[in-house]
Design a protein around this ligand. Structure first.
Ligand SMILES: Cc1ncc(COP(=O)(O)O)c(C=O)c1O
Length: 545
């Protein structure tokens, strides 16, 4: 009984008895496989090709017609060796010694060509051993390789030089659009990053710098929170707001209308751009910009408005947009505290030319630290992208003076997980708020305007008629007598901070700075804690009444 080999041998092929050939392989006419050679499964050896003694080939290698693979070559899996390729194997090839005696098989040192996974060697190329062709590298037809080829390099010529980088699909890679050192395959979308240990590239699976996680986070954030607007991730809300101002062309001589009852970052973004924040008063019920006050503050220098969706309540965007349109102004929304809030059915961050969301840990969602800029289209998005990365789209081709305000892939990965949890967290905040609305006594509870969805970054009550000292005493009693944490956002109107010191009369802002107090509304507040908070606020309010 004869064993039928599990591979195919065409007539005239010469296979040494002790050669090992993997299942599914095909050895074509006149090919020669020498003693001790080991071929993996599914290899193809073409007509007239030569595989030297002891050569090792991984699975799926393809050696084309008349290629000469001299020992001790080693081919990892999936290596392509084109027609008439030659792998040499002698450092100092001579037929004879200096005395003209013939060299024997044993008085020279064989050196080999090593091909790593997926490497590809074009027709008639010569690889002069010892040399390593790195993983997925490509040697062009006719090249002569005399030194190691790094992974993913495309080399050509005599001697071979690197012309480009190639991906696993064999396509030339293009520089990543974020200006980092990364490269992208236009066919598969795979990202590659420099590998210092080899001088070549490696597939970017564990990228730390801005990469695929950031791109995915931007996409998902845009789809989930700002009606599909193009988003750009940055390293903080503050830098997002600053870059937004610069991308809109803000500069010295310009004025931007902002509320004074907000966190200082809103006005700072205008000031650090060289422009002047013009502070106006807010609505006493929603704590957001008062449209009449905005209109009254417009001068010939006004270029834009920055409404703040404070505590998670949307500003009255329809009225503000009407004013902006009538006066040719842009709107840039400060949505730092309002992820998921809506105004008349549309999400905050989708009204203005642009918007900023903070992703700081205390916000409704976080990326550890970070910010997101939503834009009204590719033009503004590109400007923000340039400014976030030293003005570069292509590496070292700086177009504008910019910053390093990039988000890392690690932060983006956190943000993506948080984004998925945001709806449930927002629902819990709203549930807690509804309970507070129904059960708090002796304090003014927050108003939700018709057409608004409030996401309660803060649940902020007013101690009506209180002085700042009385409000602070209320807070102290909550903390010390009832162990209920609380905070005052914000005790000093921004226009009166040392940084601005503007002499203005903003009565609602002053009143709010005296009276507001925020109680815990984060989603981890349990029903038991919620009831304790209600009881504590009601007790302190009653005691002070
Ligand atoms: C209203 C407002 N604007 C801007 C910012 C700045 O955001 P970030 O802290 O992410 O820089 C914050 C965050 O505290 C904020 O509350």
């Amino acid at each position: 009984m004869t064993n039928t080999p599990a591979y195919r041998v065409a007539p005239g092929a010469d296979i040494a008895e002790d050669a090992v050939i993997g299942a599914g392989s095909a050895i074509w006419h006149l090919a020669q496989i020498r003693e001790g050679a080991v071929l993996g499964a599914d290899c193809i050896v073409g007509r007239g090709a030569y595989i030297g003694s002891g050569v090792e080939m991984g699975a799926g290698c393809k050696v084309q017609n008349h290629a000469l693979v001299y020992e001790p070559a080693r081919l990892a899996e999936g290596v392509f060796v084109g027609p008439a390729v030659v792998f040499t194997n002698d450092h100092f090839p001579r037929a004879v010694n200096p005395d003209l005696s013939l060299k024997s098989a044993s008085d020279w040192e064989p050196v080999g060509v090593t091909c790593e996974q997926g490497a590809s060697i074009g027709a008639r190329a010569v690889c002069v051993a010892p040399v390593t062709i790195g993983a997925w590298a490509m040697v062009a037809a006719g090249a002569t390789v005399v030194k190691d080829v790094p992974p993913h390099a495309l080399v050509a010529g005599v001697p071979a030089r690197r012309l480009a980088w190639v991906g696993r699909a064999g396509e030339k890679l293009v520089p990543a659009s974020d200006g980092t050192d990364a490269w992208v395959c236009p066919v598969t979308g795979e990202w590659y990053i420099p590998d210092e240990s080899t001088g070549g590239l490696q597939l970017a699976s564990g990228m730390v710098a801005q990469g695929p996680e950031v791109a995915a986070f931007e996409e998902e954030f845009g789809a989930a929170l700002v009606a599909g607007r193009e988003c750009v991730a940055v390293n903080s809300g503050t830098s997002g707001q600053h870059l937004g101002m610069l991308a809109l062309g803000l500069g010295p001589g310009d004025e931007v209308i902002v509320p004074s009852f907000t966190f200082a970052a809103t006005a700072n973004s205008v000031a650090v751009s060289g422009a002047t924040p013009v502070f106006v008063d807010v609505d006493p019920e929603t704590f957001t910009l008062d449209p009449a006050a905005v209109e009254a503050a417009i001068t010939e220098r006004t270029v834009g408005i920055q409404p703040v969706h404070l505590y998670g309540h949307p500003a009255p965007m329809d009225e503000l947009l009407r004013i902006a349109d009538a006066h040719g102004l842009w709107i840039f929304e400060d949505a730092a505290q309002a992820h998921g809030a809506t105004w008349q059915g549309a999400p905050v961050g989708s009204f203005g030319r642009g918007a900023m969301f903070s992703l700081y840990p205390t916000k409704n969602m976080t990326s550890g630290e970070g910010g997101m800029v939503a834009t009204d289209g590719p033009e503004l998005a590109r400007q923000v992208r340039l400014l976030r990365n030293q003005g570069m789209e292509k590496q070292y081709a700086n177009e504008v003076a910019g910053f390093n305000n990039r988000m890392t892939d690690i932060h983006a990965a956190i943000g993506r997980v948080q984004l998925g949890k945001l709806p449930a967290w927002t629902a819990r905040r709203q549930e807690l708020a509804a309970h507070f609305d129904a059960h708090l006594e002796g304090v003014v509870t927050p108003v939700v305007r018709e057409g608004a969805v409030h996401v309660y970054h803060q649940y902020t009550v007013r101690i009506e008629g209180a002085s700042a000292a009385e409000r602070d005493a209320f807070a102290t009693a909550l903390r010390e007598e009832h162990a209920v944490g609380c905070g005052v956002y914000y005790p000093t109107p921004v226009h009166r901070l040392d940084t601005f010191r503007v002499d203005l009369d903003l009565p609602v802002t002053e009143m709010l700075a005296r009276e507001v107090l925020s109680i815990p509304v984060h989603p981890s507040v349990s029903d038991e804690a919620r009831d304790r908070i209600v009881a504590a606020v009601n007790a302190v309010a009653k005691a002070g009444a």
